[in-house]
Design a protein around this ligand. Structure first.
Ligand code: C2E
Ligand code: CA
Ligand code: CA
Ligand code: CA
Length: 279
C-alpha cells in the first residue's frame, strides 16, 4: 500500500484493524449464539451469614462456544456492551432466569428470589421498564422475587433518570441492588438518594479485610451505614472460613462465594435443599 498521509496510516494501524474485526466477529457470533442457544444461565447462592442457608441466587451468564469452549462473561460482556449487543443478550438472560426460577418455585413450599445483572446501557434504555414488566407477565415470576443488580457507574448516565427508573421498579415491587459497591467513582453519600434495597461489597474489599485495617474499617462503615438506611449488605467473593466469620461478626447480612457454592446450572441448583423463605 502506498503512503497517502497520516490519516491513511492511522487507518491501517494493525491493532485498530484487529479491534474492528474482533467486534464485527463478536457481533455476528453473539447473534448466532442467541439463535443457537449457546448461552446458559448459571446460578450462585447467596447465603445467610449466620446459618449458611440459601436466601437467594444470582444469575450469571455462561457462553458455551462451539470452538472456544466455555467463554467467561468477563471476556465477552464488556465487548457486548461496546457493540450494544448487551441489550438483546441481557434481555435473554433476564427472561431465562425469570422463567427457570418461576419453574423451580412451582410446587415448592419455599420460593427462591433471583438477582439478574443489568448493564448500565440496558438499564437507562427507553423501554427497559416495559421489557421487565412484560417478562414478569410472561414468566409468571412475582415481582418481589426479582432483583436487578446495577453498578454505581450507572449514575454516569444521569442520576435523575436512573433514580426515576429505580423508583418505578420499586413501585412495582422489584428490588434493586448496587453491585460492586465501593469500586466506582462516587462517594458514599449518594446512597441516600438511591431507592436501592441492597449493597454488594466488592470482592476486592473482602480479599483484604484481614490484612488491611483501613479496608476493614471501610467495610464496617458501609455495613453500619447501610443498616441505618434499612439496606441489606452482601459480601461477594467469600473464599475462606475466616472471611465468613469476620463478616458475620460485622453483621453483614448475606454472603456469596466459592466457600459456599460456585455458580451452577439450574439442574444442580434444583437438587439443593435448605432454601430459606424469602423475607
Ligand atoms: P459480578 O456481577 O460482580 O459477579 C460476581 C462474579 O464473581 C462472578 O463471575 C462469580 O462467578 C464470581 N465469584 C463468585 N464467588 C467468587 C469467589 O468466591 N471467588 C472468586 N474469585 N470469584 C467469585 P462471572 O460469573 O465470571 O461474572 C463476571 C462478571 O460478568 C459479573 O461480575 C458481571 O459484572 C458480569 N456478568 C455476568 N453475567 C452477566 C449478565 O447476565 N449480564 C450482565 N450485564 N453482566 C453479567
Ligand atoms: Ca452481580
Ligand atoms: Ca459484583
Ligand atoms: Ca465484581
Amino acid at each position: 500500500a502506498k503512503r497517502k498521509g497520516r490519516n491513511i496510516w492511522q487507518w491501517y494501524r494493525p491493532e485498530e484493524g484487529q479491534r474492528l474485526k474482533h467486534s464485527v466477529t463478536l457481533r455476528h457470533e453473539v447473534q448466532t449464539a442467541l439463535r443457537e442457544n449457546q448461552f446458559e444461565v448459571y446460578y450462585q447462592p447467596l447465603v445467610d451469614s449466620l446459618t449458611g442457608r440459601i436466601r437467594s441466587v444470582e444469575a450469571l451468564v455462561r457462553w458455551q462456544h462451539p470452538d472456544r469452549g466455555m467463554v467467561s462473561p468477563g471476556d465477552f460482556i464488556p465487548l457486548a456492551e461496546q457493540t450494544g449487543q448487551i441489550v438483546p443478550l441481557g434481555l435473554w438472560v433476564l427472561k431465562q432466569a425469570c422463567q427457570e426460577v418461576a419453574d423451580l418455585n412451582t410446587g415448592r413450599e419455599q420460593s427462591l428470589r433471583v438477582a439478574v445483572n443489568i448493564s448500565s446501557l440496558q438499564f437507562i434504555r427507553d423501554g427497559f421498564l416495559d421489557d421487565v414488566f412484560k417478562i414478569l407477565d410472561e414468566t409468571g415470576l412475582p415481582p418481589r422475587l426479582l432483583e436487578l443488580e446495577v453498578t454505581e457507574s450507572v449514575l454516569i448516565e444521569g442520576a435523575d433518570h436512573v433514580i426515576g427508573v429505580m423508583e418505578a421498579l420499586k413501585h412495582k415491587g422489584i428490588r434493586v441492588a448496587l453491585d460492586d459497591f465501593g469500586t466506582g467513582f462516587s462517594s458514599l453519600s449518594y446512597l441516600r438518594d438511591l431507592p436501592t434495597h441492597k449493597v454488594k461489597l466488592d470482592r476486592s474489599f473482602i480479599q483484604k479485610i484481614e490484612t488491611d485495617r483501613r479496608i476493614a474499617a471501610i467495610v464496617q462503615g458501609v455495613i453500619t451505614m447501610a443498616h441505618h438506611m434499612d439496606m441489606i449488605v452482601v459480601a461477594e467473593g467469600i473464599e475462606t472460613l475466616e472471611q465468613q466469620e469476620d463478616l458475620a461478626r460485622r453483621h453483614c447480612d448475606l454472603l456469596q462465594g466459592y466457600l459456599f457454592a460456585r455458580p451452577m446450572p439450574m439442574a444442580e441448583l434444583m437438587a439443593l435443599p435448605d432454601i430459606l423463605p424469602v423475607e
